[in-house]
Ligand binder design. Structure first.
Ligand code: BES
Ligand code: MN
Ligand code: ZN
Length: 496
């Protein structure tokens, strides 16, 4: 799909379809007013007759309007004008893409960036529309014998901006929004691929491609390299699997040579059966998504590569499987992490923190400006926050605030939880420096407290995306989160 930016009066535009917003109580968006005036009050009449109420995401396709140059008109509900926000915009764009796809429409001019949202510019809204539209068109049909043809006709989407002067910044935002959309698509594809295809070796080879396409440096550490570094916590997890672990490192050098980088570390468990502490079989297939943190790092690295973001960023993805096997970790085993701290593995299913802790120690060598890890770390986080917000933990309030703000702006939100020493004490072990689990209470917090023991040397934040990285049930599939949050965070840092 191709995108474009244009400015001009809605009643004068040609093309297969125009899309304008209608609020509840027959309040019309600026472009809907223009069309209404040109068409003898058509939209007002439709509102009066109840053909469209304006509820968020409601659509009404009008096949032919004689007074218009365009072939069709699509009205899309924008809810109550007073409540209009970026969530409404997101719902409207998704509904628009559904209507255009099912209508077999080839191209459309959409007038949705014009409606004001507090704290945003026209360009911000263009970025948001481009990302949302790209995501709305997403499908995962590469493993079906017949391609899904829905939406295949749609070739071009033109985003209209109110003033000619909006066009230049809007073009930049459009590119950014598309890059984020493609980064999310990459993360979703990797997440949706099954464990027998998406192995640590597969992830490493995809990382090579991404880096190559975007002028980034890539390095893959093999198990022998990790052994030399003393990463026994990480290697203890992969010992139970026939797939060799990989530590993927991508470096994006967009900033000044001496500027310390932001380091992103993503959990890349390509399948988590739990190991000897094996998981129940119901929904175990969803543990192919346990690499979504890693996928979000790769998606983000691709997006900032395409944007040529002027910032130094390092992406690190430790990748392994967690399976039961004669060589697998056993409850009670004690391993020594790269940091020198010893860990009693009381539950082999708490493996994410084992591969992350060594990666976080490895990150020290970059003398980072900040480190953010992203992990589908705990079922407890799903219970705490559900699918709406990622759990955020940080040893630095400014960094936490930056991530919260980036989440709000990108509609990919996070919510902060504590890292108090009261919780950290739950990790006490009688036999090692710490246990890898902290008991029944506050599982998301004790997991984060575990990681905090490996991140004392730099500003650090942890995003637990166990609830946000994928959806279950009928719409089962990867969401691409938190690529939106991460890109926005990095863009803000680069003042891009
Ligand atoms: N990958 C899981 C976390 C998870 C579980 C995410 C369910 C999404 C849905 C992680 O490796 C894990 O198994 N965590 C355990 C930790 C426990 C043993 C302390 C969990 O949450 O049950
Ligand atoms: Mn696990
Ligand atoms: Zn896991």
């Amino acid at each position: 799909m191709e995108y474009g930016i244009k400015s001009g009066s809605a009643d004068k535009q040609r093309g297969a379809c125009l899309v304008v917003a209608v609020f509840e109580d027959a309040e019309l968006s600026p472009s809907a007013q223009v069309i209404d005036a040109a068409c003898d009050g058509l939209i007002t009449t439709l509102c009066k007759h109840g053909d469209i109420e304006g509820k968020t995401g409601q659509t009404l396709l009008i096949p032919r309007v004689p007074e218009l140059q365009a072939e069709r008109l699509l009205l899309v509900g924008a809810g109550k004008q007073a409540d209009y926000d970026s969530k409404t915009l997101q719902k409207m764009v998704s509904a628009t893409m559904r209507a255009l796809s099912s209508g077999g429409i080839k191209n459309a001019g959409i007038f949705l960036a014009e409606n004001r949202i507090d704290g945003t510019t026209v360009a911000d809204r263009v970025q948001h529309i481009a990302t949302t539209a790209t995501n709305a068109l997403y499908k995962f049909d590469q493993l079906k014998s017949e391609a899904d043809k829905n939406g295949a006709n749609l070739k071009k989407l033109t985003l209209f901006v109110p003033e000619r002067g909006d066009m230049k910044p809007a073009r930049v935002s459009l590119d950014t929004g598309e890059a984020i959309g493609r980064g999310m698509k990459l993360a979703r594809d990797l997440g949706n691929l099954p464990g027998n295809i998406c192995t640590p070796t597969y992830l490493a080879s995809r990382a090579r491609d991404i880096a190559k396409q975007n002028d980034q440096k890539v390095r893959i550490l093999e198990e022998k390299d990790m052994a030399d570094l003393g990463m026994d916590a990480l290697l203890s997890v992969s010992r139970g699997s026939r797939q060799p672990a990989k530590l993927i490192i991508i470096e994006h050098k967009g900033g000044k040579k001496k500027d310390p980088p932001v380091v992103l570390v993503g959990k890349g468990l390509t399948f988590d059966a739990g190991g000897i502490s094996i998981k129940p079989s119901a929904a175990m297939d969803e543990m192919k998504f346990d690499m979504c943190g890693g996928a979000s790092v790769l998606g983000t690295m691709q997006a900032i590569g395409e944007m040529q973001l002027p910032l130094n960023v390092v992406g690190i993805v430790p990748s392994s499987e967690n399976l039961p096997d004669g060589a697998a970790n056993k409850p009670g085993d004690i391993v020594t992490s790269m940091s020198g701290q010893t860990i009693e593995i009381l539950n082999t299913d708490a493996e994410g923190r084992l591969i992350l802790c060594d990666s976080l120690t490895y990150a020290e060598r970059y003398k980072p400006a900040a480190v953010v890890d992203i992990a589908t770390l705990t079922g407890a986080c799903v219970i705490a926050l559900g699918a709406h917000a990622s759990g955020l933990f940080s040893n630095n309030d400014d960094l936490a605030d930056e991530l919260l703000a980036a989440g709000e702006a990108s509609r990919d939100r996070a919510w902060r939880l504590p890292l108090w020493s009261d919780y950290d004490e739950q990790l006490k072990s009688n036999f090692a420096d710490m246990a890898n689990i902290g008991g029944r209470g506050a599982g998301a917090v004790t997991a984060a407290c575990f990681l905090a023991r490996y991140t004392k040397k730099y500003d650090w934040a942890h995003l637990d995306i166990a609830g946000t990285a994928w959806l279950s049930g009928g719409e089962k599939g990867s969401t691409g989160r938190p690529v939106g949050l991460l890109c926005q965070f990095l863009m803000n840092r680069a003042e891009f």
